[in-house]
Design a protein around this ligand. Structure first.
Ligand code: PRT
Ligand code: ZN
Length: 298
């Protein structure tokens, strides 16, 4: 039975989204014991229950209000509920937060030897597990092509003579390369998102949801941010502050035994690359340390 006070979240049972979804929830402080093949799990320290399902079922579970929240790829969401791509036809859920993992793109690919122009696709047979998104793309470009729906191993269909082209998810591009296919058109970019039912949550669930969302934002910010420490000549401080990416109000600390140098500590909310460190060094900074940040609340 659905508890009225516990927030229910649907996540993928096994597959590419499962590890990162669970990892995010653990980083938000959720304590739970997951057992192999378990379908349902109660958090021990927060009023949250997790439902483990196939990713394809997550949009429906949230839309039908069986679950309050779900973590799913935009590719699945936009394929199942094409209206969710544009806010005009409001579907029965809200995309609350992009989560930054499981990034990929849905693309059309052709055998290497076929030269490409948008007209090339005219009249071709294209195999895909994403017929709705592919059809939208073809309509937008006024291309008439035949869509063959297949649930897996799409990349093998041209070699088997089942299709002339494919439309599938691409991450690194290695699978396409292995099958002698080239990516010719990108339909959408995708990443995991947190979705929420449009129905109003009762006050207890709303509290839990707001707490979870604050923590998710904290985890995401911490992932992007770095704590950076170094020594710098006082005379170069202004120049050095301008080099630091996304660092507001660094802490300046006097150093024992010198009035010419100070220690600078700062939180950088953007990636700190080697090139940034090299520029800091050129500007006179020394003893530069960059540390990861585990949690962050502003
Ligand atoms: O069993 P269930 O239905 O829950 O899972 P599933 O088999 O449908 O999905 P799964 O676990 O394979 O993927 C879940 C989600 O991960 C997808 O819906 C995407 O949102 C996301 N994702 C991210 C990917 C990829 N990257 C990805 N590379 N999903 C699939 N792939 C496949 C792609 O289909 C192709 O076969 O990986 C291959 C391409 O990868 P590269 O790196 O060779 O380009
Ligand atoms: Zn699936």
């Amino acid at each position: 039975m659905k508890s009225i006070s516990r927030l229910r979240i649907a996540i993928q049972k096994s597959g590419r989204l499962n590890h990162d979804s669970l990892d995010l929830l653990y980083r938000c402080g959720l304590k739970m014991h997951t057992r192999a093949n378990t379908l349902f799990c109660h958090s021990e320290n927060l009023p949250i229950d997790i439902l483990f399902v196939r990713d394809d079922d997550i949009p429906t579970l949230v839309m039908d209000d069986i679950c309050d929240l779900g973590i799913v790829g935009e590719n699945v969401l936009f394929e199942k509920i094409p209206a969710s791509r544009c806010a005009i036809d409001n579907p029965k859920f809200t995309i609350v937060q992009k989560l930054g993992f499981s990034r990929c793109r849905l693309s059309i690919a052709l055998p290497e030897e076929i030269p490409f122009s948008p007209k090339t696709l005219q009249g071709l047979k294209i195999a895909t597990s994403y017929p709705n998104l592919l059809q939208q793309y073809l309509d937008q470009h006024q291309i008439k092509a035949e869509i063959t729906v297949i649930s897996g191993s799409v990349e093998i269909t041209p070699r088997l003579g089942m299709a002339d082209a494919i439309c599938d998810l691409v991450a690194t591009g290695q699978t396409l390369e292995e099958h002698n296919l080239k990516e010719v058109a990108e339909i959408i970019q995708s990443q995991a998102v947190l979705i929420k039912t449009q129905k109003d949550l009762n006050p207890q669930k709303l509290d839990t949801f707001e707490l979870l969302l604050r923590r998710i934002n904290g985890v995401l910010k911490a992932q992007e941010s770095k704590y950076i420490m170094f020594h710098a000549p006082l005379a170069q401080l202004d120049k050095i502050k301008n080099i630091l990416p996304g660092a507001e109000m660094p802490t300046i600390i006097p150093l024992a035994g010198t009035t010419e140098k100070v220690a600078v500590h700062a939180v950088s909310t953007e990636g700190v690359f080697w090139s940034t460190l090299e520029k800091l060094q050129e500007a006179g900074a020394s003893s530069i340390l960059v540390l990861p940040i585990e949690k962050m609340l502003n």
